[in-house]
Every structure is written in structure tokens, then in C-alpha cells.
Ligand binder design. Structure first.
Ligand code: SF4
Length: 511
């Protein structure tokens, strides 16, 4: 009965998709591409969709999608169990999704640890930005870790599988000599290969492999669906890496060089995909940095397609970009000042973002008829004082006055909302070298901010969870022992707080 409802739900999702295709199961080597979150979230993830398309582009391979909100897990295209596939690729974009990977493996009835899985199970391959940041928490559960952009290694990886697929040991031995590919200790142990060197619960980092001309294989979402976060939108990748060096950000310091897709290619992709949708989402770490962004916006204006951006850096946003956003019917301008005081913004590498620039961008958005404003801030930043926290309140109240005055003349007052996060130091970034604020101090700062923000009228805000920030910190910084923490979290049904308590008691390492 459950399986029948499952099938019905899958059928309904597939019918709503445009661009979806199905290669018959067994028409080639079989791969599952797993997004460790729901369909709704995963179908707005370009990296995941791109991998699905890249594998299917090979004649001798077929790839089906998996999401974690189907129980038992079943592939979308062929409605098969995970155990039917030869390879399962996990594309990991959020650290907290590590838990969903364990859940997925458990519900598929796979042993969690690589060392305990025999050749009757698919090989588990993990990649994605989280793995680039810190693969240690997931290391024990994966057979293979990929620290590379997919198009840089995929062809060789799959060709080697074709060559040795029947012999796991030979295949794993062959891929471990590839740059950016790592066979984990668990898989080495299981298949009697030489174990990698592990010191102080850490595995030495492999060099990341990138593709310099990644855009030669068009980077857009081939499937469009209304049942996702960015409904009916075709995501298009504009660039990789980032030309900036914000001191808290992993991308600007580790995923470079900055590479952009030529304008002519982007125009061609958008024109071709216009038959499937008239909504396009530009994806890049900093969309405004694309050297021809204004021309691209003008091209979309002429074509009459709607456009939105994955990120809008207030320092660089241009008038044509805002005009295109407004013409596309976007109702909310989202900006990330991150800190209330200019002193902290400078520390974050945002010296080109004084208050005046923020006010200017917001004024432009209002002038073009974008009524709502959403701002992202962080608390718990290194060197942060109460004065910095009050700086957020001061900035928001000044923006609000300006916002209300400007909106009133236009006859409509929009909504002002804030998203407040707790700073988590990311390894291999300059800010991670600073002394972090103590949890008690962060708690005080969050409370102070809450008290003061409540005094402002018509400002909506959500407060961050200190527990989730502690979990995230553990996952981005922790070593191989953190896999135990994930096991606790899985045992407690995703109760992070209880898992943290147990981990501290049993392993004895404070977070
Ligand atoms: S925060 Fe954005 S603009 Fe700054 S380095 Fe990271 S990706 Fe680039």
C-alpha cells in the first residue's frame, strides 16, 4: 500500500517536470545520484542536477535521482531500490544533511560503515562543497570521496569503472591514483588495499581538481518543475570561484580561480531553454562580478524572460541588474551586510560596503518598485562587542525610516525582514584564525539583539539556534571522531541537542 502511494507521488512529480527523461534500467551501467534532502530542496540544486545530466550524457551509463523524503528510498525514474545500482553518488551541499545520508543508508538496509559493506552493495561516492570544506565526518561511511569538480574527473572515473567494474578491488586501486579522488580507509580495509595515512584522526587533504573550461558542457538545470524552491525556473551557472576574499568565506579562498561563462554561451543556453520556461535563475558566488552581467540582463530584457540571482553583492550590483529584477516581478531585494558596524564589515572583507552604499542600493530597488527588503546578519563574530550588536539595530532602524519614507511616497509600504545567523568559523579562511567568541557571550549577544529588535515596529526577524551553530561547527571543523557524533544523532532521530550531550559525555571533546 505504501509502495503504491509512493509510486503515485513519484508519477505526479515526474508528470509535472519538463526536461525529464528516463533511460531504461539496465540499458548501461547504473548510477544513482542522491540528494541528501527533500525533492523540493534538491530540485533547486544545480550541482546535483548537473551531475545527473553528465552521467546520463554517456552512452553506456544511466543515472536515476534519489531524494530522502521517500520511505523506503526509491529512484524517481525507474522506481528502484538503492541496492539495485552499481554506484551511488551523494552530492552534499549542507553539512546538516550528513545525517540524512546516514538515514538514507539505514533505510536502504545498508551497513553504515564502508568497512562493513561487501561488494553486494553499491559503492558510495561522496562529493560536493561540504566535502571540500571537511570530509572527516562522512569519511567512515563513504567508499570514495571526490574533491573535484565533476566534469574534471567523471569521464575517467566512469571509464575505469567500465574497465574494472566487475572487480571492485582493481577499480578502487585504479581510481586512487586519480587526482581529487580518495578511496577511504574503510573501503581499503574491505578490499585489502593499502591503508591511507591517518594522523591525529585526520586524513591528509588531497589537491582539489577543477575544470578550467567547465562551461564547454552547458551548465544549466535540464529539468524544470513547479515543485521546488525556485519553481519553474531554469538555473544557469554564470561563474565558478569568486574574485573576492571575504574573510569568513570558504569559496573566495579555496574554490578559485574565478572562471566565468562567456556571454555568447549564456545567451545561447537561455535562448534554447526558453521553450521549457521563461524563468531563469543566475547562479554564481557573486552574480554581479560576471564582467558582462549588464549585457546579459539587457539580453534577457529584450527576450522578455524573467530573471533572478542566487546572490546579490550590494557592493557591485548595478542599475540594469535591479531593473531586470524588478521587471521580472521579484518582490524582495535580499542583501547581506552581515555586520551592523563598518568596523566589523571591514574585518569581514566588506570594506567596499559602507552604509551609504547599502542605502543607495535599497533606494534604487524601491525606485524600480521592489517593495520588500530582506537582510542577512551574523552575530558571534570574532572581536564582536555589544556596540557591534547594537550597530545592527541602529542600521536596521535607520534603513527602516528611509524605507518607510520612500515607500510611502510610492503608496505602498513593503516588509522588512532580517535573517540572523551565528558565525561559524570555516577552516582555511582568514577569520578561522581569530579567537572565537565563547558560547555564553554569543548567547548574551543574541538576547541583546532580540530585546532591541523587538522595540522596532514592522521588522520581522528569525533568531538563530546556538545548538545548530555548535553542530555545524563540529561538522566543519571536526576530525574522524565526529562520525560517532553523527551516529548518535541518527540514533536519536535527528535530535542534535541530545547527540551533542552524548558525544561530549562519551567522547569527552567539547564542541
Ligand atoms: S561571501 Fe560571496 S562575495 Fe565574499 S568571497 Fe564568498 S562568495 Fe565571494
Amino acid at each position: 500500500m505504501v509502495a503504491f502511494q509512493h509510486r503515485q507521488r513519484i508519477e505526479a512529480l515526474l508528470q509535472a517536470e519538463r526536461g525529464c527523461f528516463r533511460k531504461p534500467f539496465g540499458s548501461g551501467h547504473t548510477a544513482g545520484v542522491v540528494f541528501p534532502n527533500s525533492y523540493h530542496v534538491g530540485m533547486s540544486n544545480l550541482g546535483f542536477l548537473y551531475l545527473h545530466r553528465l552521467i546520463n550524457a554517456r552512452r553506456d551509463w544511466m543515472a536515476d535521482r534519489f531524494f530522502v523524503d521517500f520511505d523506503p528510498p526509491l529512484s524517481l525514474e525507474n522506481i528502484r531500490a538503492p541496492g539495485d545500482y552499481q554506484l551511488l553518488f551523494f552530492s552534499i551541499a549542507f553539512e546538516l544533511d550528513y545525517l540524512n545520508i546516514l538515514d538514507f543508508l539505514a533505510r536502504a538496509r545498508f551497513p553504515l560503515r564502508a568497512s562493513e559493506r561487501g561488494s553486494e552493495y553499491p559503492l558510495i561516492v561522496c562529493g560536493g562543497v561540504c566535502v571540500d570544506v571537511n570530509r572527516h565526518p562522512i569519511y567512515e561511511f563513504a567508499d570514495v570521496i571526490v574533491n573535484a569538480e565533476a566534469e574534471a574527473i567523471l569521464d575517467e572515473f566512469l571509464s575505469l569503472f567500465e574497465e574494472y567494474g566487475g572487480d571492485r578491488r582493481r577499480f578502487l586501486d585504479a581510481i586512487r591514483s586519480m587526482e581529487g579522488v580518495e578511496v577511504t580507509a574503510g573501503a581499503c580495509q574491505r578490499y585489502h588495499l593499502e591503508l591511507p595515512a591517518i594522523t591525529d584522526y585526520r586524513v591528509p587533504l588531497t589537491e582539489r581538481v577543477i575544470s578550467h573550461d567547465f562551461w564547454r558542457y552547458p551548465c544549466f538545470a535540464h529539468i524544470v518543475t513547479p515543485n521546488t524552491e525556485f519553481g519553474d525556473m531554469c538555473l544557469v551557472e554564470l561563474a565558478r570561484g569568486c574574485p573576492y576574499r571575504c574573510t569568513f568565506c570558504f569559496v573566495g579562498h579555496n574554490l578559485n580561480p574565478y572562471r566565468t561563462v562567456p556571454l555568447d554561451e549564456l545567451k545561447r543556453w537561455i535562448t534554447e531553454q526558453q521553450s521549457r520556461t521563461c524563468k531563469f535563475g543566475f547562479v554564481a558566488s557573486a552574480v554581479a562580478s560576471h564582467p558582462q552581467i549588464d549585457e546579459l540582463c539587457e539580453f534577457c530584457d529584450q527576450l522578455g524572460v524573467k530573471v533572478s540571482y542566487s546572490s546579490l553583492r550590494a557592493e557591485d550590483v548595478t542599475v540594469p541588474m535591479i531593473r531586470t529584477l524588478a521587471r521580472s516581478g521579484i518582490q524582495t531585494l535580499t542583501l547581506a551586510p552581515e555586520a551592523g558596524t563598518y568596523r566589523l564589515r571591514r574585518l569581514l572583507g566588506k570594506a567596499r560596503l559602507p552604509d551609504e552604499r547599502l542605502f543607495w542600493v535599497i533606494e534604487q530597488a524601491l525606485a524600480f518598485g521592489i517593495p520588500n527588503l530582506k537582510l542577512y546578519f551574523m552575530v558571534g563574530l570574532p572581536t564582536e562587542t555589544e556596540e557591534d550588536v547594537l550597530g545592527i539595530v541602529d542600521l536596521v532602524s535607520r534603513l527602516q525610516r528611509e524605507f518607510v519614507a520612500s515607500s510611502r511616497t510610492r503608496g505602498r509600504i513593503g516588509a522588512l525582514s532580517l535573517n540572523i545567523g551565528i558565525f561559524v568559523p570555516i577552516p582555511k579562511t582568514p577569520l578561522a584564525k581569530f579567537l572565537p567568541l565563547a558560547p555564553d557571550q554569543i548567547r548574551l549577544h543574541v538576547r541583546l539583539l532580540e530585546r532591541q529588535l523587538r522595540k522596532l515596529h514592522n521588522v520581522r526577524f528569525s533568531l538563530p539556534s546556538l545548538t545548530l551553530a555548535q553542530v555545524q561547527q563540529l561538522l566543519v571543523q571536526g576530525d574522524l571522531r565526529v562520525s560517532e557524533f553523527l551516529m548518535f544523532a541518527q540514533r536519536y532521530g535527528g535530535n542534535w541537542r541530545q547527540a551533542l550531550r552524548e558525544w561530549e559525555n562519551r567522547v569527552g571533546i567539547p564542541c
